[in-house]
Design a protein around this ligand. Structure first.
Ligand code: ZN
Length: 216
């Protein structure tokens, strides 16, 4: 994450937040009018006029955006893992650079980055795209990176009964880059190691080399 081209990828991630609701469907339990009223209140509270032309549609727009960013609250990410198939493969399965966007629950500011997920199957294997679905389900809710990392790892341990699970997440937190300490470019890395990746230093070293081998 130290070179320029990779930090540009993060820029694209943040720009995606400006696009209109890409996913469309709003979960029925998300109360859009209530969010709209709250956003209107915030605009009043900071001294703005929510009825001026540029802001008129903002509460509705922000409400739809929150519905999208918090859509993970209304899905069970375990669903994606329950359809495993049986395979006698017992080497590491690793998917790197699964991009995600989440919301820091302390500031309601986005944090975004990449997840790397490896597991050592014990007969149960899932489609590779399912790992990305799990990341999305866990990310799209008020979240902290540390908990997100653990949640993904625990979920895979429980559902796949894998011999080992390794989750590494690298993210840029806009609550650190645009406010507070204002340190643009700093990347927060968290990891959760379970089973063999926790107990065996060589297995752990192997997965870290697979994840970072060509990059650092
Ligand atoms: Zn924060």
């Amino acid at each position: 994450m130290s070179n320029d081209s990779e930090s540009k990828e993060f820029m694209h991630g943040s720009l995606a937040f400006e696009e209109e609701d890409a996913s469309g469907a709003v979960p029925p339990s998300i109360d859009l009018p209530r969010i709209e009223r709250a956003i209107r209140e915030i605009l009043f509270a900071v001294g703005e006029d929510p009825d001026r032309e540029g802001l008129r549609d903002t509460p509705a727009r922000v409400a739809r955006m929150y519905a999208e960013l918090f859509s993970g609250l209304h899905v069970d990410p375990r669903e994606h893992v329950r359809k495993f198939f049986t395979e006698k493969y017992d080497e590491v399965v690793l998917v790197t650079d699964i991009s995600f966007e989440s919301m820091c629950e302390h500031h309601l500011m986005p944090f975004m980055g990449k997840a790397h997920i490896g597991y050592l199957p014990d007969g149960r294997v899932i489609g590779l795209s399912k790992l990305a679905r799990v990341v999305e389900g866990v990310a799209r809710r008020p979240q902290v990176q540390e908990r997100m990392t653990e949640q993904i790892a625990d979920l895979l341990v429980e559902e796949l009964r894998a011999k080992g699970v390794a989750v590494v997440i690298e993210a840029v937190h806009t609550c650190m880059t645009v406010r507070g300490v204002r340190k643009p470019g700093c990347v927060c890395v968290t990891s959760a190691m379970k089973g063999a990746f926790r107990t065996s230093p060589s297995t752990r070293a192997e997965i870290m080399t697979l994840i970072y081998g060509n990059r650092r």
